[in-house]
Design a protein around this ligand. Structure first.
Ligand code: PLP
Ligand code: COI
Length: 358
C-alpha cells in the first residue's frame, strides 16, 4: 500500500501538547493527522493517505448513518524508557478486524495494510505518544464504514477505512479501584448468530441503555448474560471477565460467538498459565458468581480490555440483591503488572507480542 502524506501546517504547539499529555483523559484529544484509504469493488483499496486531522464531509444519505455498517478496533502505542515506541500484538487487531468486517459484509483490509496504516500514523504523530510515567499511551482507533451515498439496504459499494489516534490515561475516572457492576436482566448484548463477536458500533449502541440503568443503580459498568437462557455471564460493555478461585485456578467465559475475542483476554490466559495458574474457558453461571463469592470459593474477579487494561471487579448489584466484592485483588494486580510491564518494555517480551514502530 502506497501512502501519500500531507503534513499539517497547524500542529498543536509543544507547550499545549505537553499540557494535554500531562492529563490526557480518554478519547478527548486527537493528534495532528489521520489516515484514510477508500475501497470500491472496481478499484479495491486505493488512495491511501495521511492528512491533517479534521472533520469529514458526509452526504446525509451516507449508508453508515442509516444502517450502521461499520467496524472498529482499539489498540495502543506504548513508549518505552529508551524513547522507542511499540505496538502490542497489532496483527491480532488486524485479524479481528477482518473477522468483524466479514460479519458486517465489509471488504477485508489485508493484515499488512492495517498494520502499515497504524504504523504510518504513529510515526507521523510520534510526539503524541506520552512518556510512560503513569502508564499513559497513545490509543489508536482504526475504523471502517459504509461511505456510499445510497439508501438501499445492501453492502456498501464505497467503503472508507481510517485511523485516528488519541493520547490516553486512565479509562475510568478516579483511576484504578474496583468497578461496581450492575447485572442487567432486561437487556442482552448479543444473541446466537448476531454480531456479538464483531467489534461494531451497533453492539455499543445497544449497550448504552443498559449502561444508563447501571448508572441509575450507582454502578460503574454493566454485565451482560447470554441471550438464550439469561444464565451465563458473557462480558461487560467493553471488557472481558475472569473469576479466580481459592485454589488459584481461573475461569473466563468461553468464546462461543456472542462475546468479543479480547486480545487482552487471550494475552492474560497465556500470562496466567505462564505464572502456573490453571485457566479454563467455559460457561460460567451467574449463580456460581453469587455463591462463589459468598462461600469464599471465588476470591477475585477482574475485567480486562485495551482501554481499561485490567481492573478489579467489586460489588455485583441486581434486582435480586447485592453480592459483595470478592475478598482480594492480589492476583489481579500481579497479572495487571505482568501485562503492563511487557507493554511498557519493563519485562522481557517472551511471547513476542511487541512490535517496534519508532
Ligand atoms: N469486550 C468488549 C465488548 C470490548 O469492547 C472490548 C474492548 O476492546 C473487550 C471485550 C476487550 O478486548 P481487547 O482486549 O481486545 O481490547
Ligand atoms: C477498547 O478497549 O479498545 C474498547 O474498544 C472499549 C471501549 C472504549 C469501546
Amino acid at each position: 500500500m502506497e501512502i501519500s502524506t500531507t503534513l499539517s501546517e497547524t500542529r498543536v504547539d509543544d507547550a499545549r501538547l505537553a499540557e494535554i499529555l500531562e492529563d490526557p483523559g480518554f478519547g478527548v484529544h486527537f493528534t495532528d493527522h489521520m489516515f484514510t484509504v477508500e475501497w470500491t469493488p472496481e478499484q479495491g483499496w486505493h488512495d491511501a493517505r495521511i492528512t491533517p486531522y479534521g472533520p469529514l464531509t458526509l452526504d446525509p444519505a451516507t449508508a453508515v448513518l442509516h444502517y450502521a455498517q461499520e467496524t472498529f478496533e482499539g489498540m495502543k502505542a506504548y513508549r518505552h524508557a529508551d524513547g522507542s515506541v511499540h505496538l502490542f500484538r497489532p496483527e491480532a487487531n488486524a485479524e479481528r478486524m477482518v473477522r468483524s468486517s466479514q460479519r458486517l459484509a465489509l471488504p477485508e483490509l489485508p493484515v499488512e495494510d492495517f498494520i502499515g496504516a497504524v504504523e504510518a500514523l504513529v510515526k507521523v504523530d510520534e510526539r503524541w505518544v506520552p512518556d510512560n510515567a503513569g502508564e499513559k499511551s497513545l490509543y489508536l482507533r482504526p475504523f471502517m464504514f459504509a461511505s456510499e451515498r445510497f439508501l438501499g439496504v445492501r453492502p456498501s459499494q464505497h467503503v472508507t477505512f481510517m485511523v485516528i489516534a488519541s493520547p490516553a490515561g486512565s479509562y475510568f475516572k478516579g483511576g484504578l479501584k474496583p468497578v461496581s457492576l450492575w447485572l442487567t436482566e432486561e437487556y442482552t448484548r448479543a444473541a446466537r448468530g448476531g454480531m456479538g463477536a464483531a467489534k461494531t458500533g451497533g453492539n455499543y449502541a445497544s449497550s448504552l441503555v443498559a449502561q444508563q440503568e447501571a448508572s441509575q443503580h450507582g454502578c460503574d459498568q454493566v454485565v451482560f448474560l447470554d441471550a438464550q437462557e439469561g444464565r451465563y455471564v458473557e462480558e461487560l460493555g467493553g471488557m472481558n471477565m475472569y473469576f479466580v478461585f481459592r485454589d488459584g485456578s481461573i475461569v473466563t467465559p468461553a468464546i462461543e460467538g456472542t462475546i468479543l475475542e479480547g486480545i487482552t483476554r487471550s494475552s492474560i490466559i497465556e500470562l496466567a498459565r505462564g505464572m502456573g495458574h490453571d485457566v479454563t474457558e467455559r460457561r460460567f453461571e451467574i449463580d456460581e458468581w453469587r455463591r462463589g463469592v459468598e462461600s469464599g470459593e471465588i476470591v477475585e474477579i477482574f475485567a480486562c480490555g485495551t482501554a481499561a487494561v485490567v481492573s478489579p471487579v467489586g460489588e455485583l448489584r441486581s434486582a435480586a440483591g447485592t453480592t459483595a466484592a470478592p475478598a482480594s485483588t492480589e492476583l489481579t494486580m500481579r497479572i495487571r503488572q505482568a501485562l503492563v510491564d511487557v507493554q511498557f518494555g519493563r519485562a522481557d517480551d517472551t511471547y513476542g507480542w511487541m512490535r517496534r514502530v519508532v
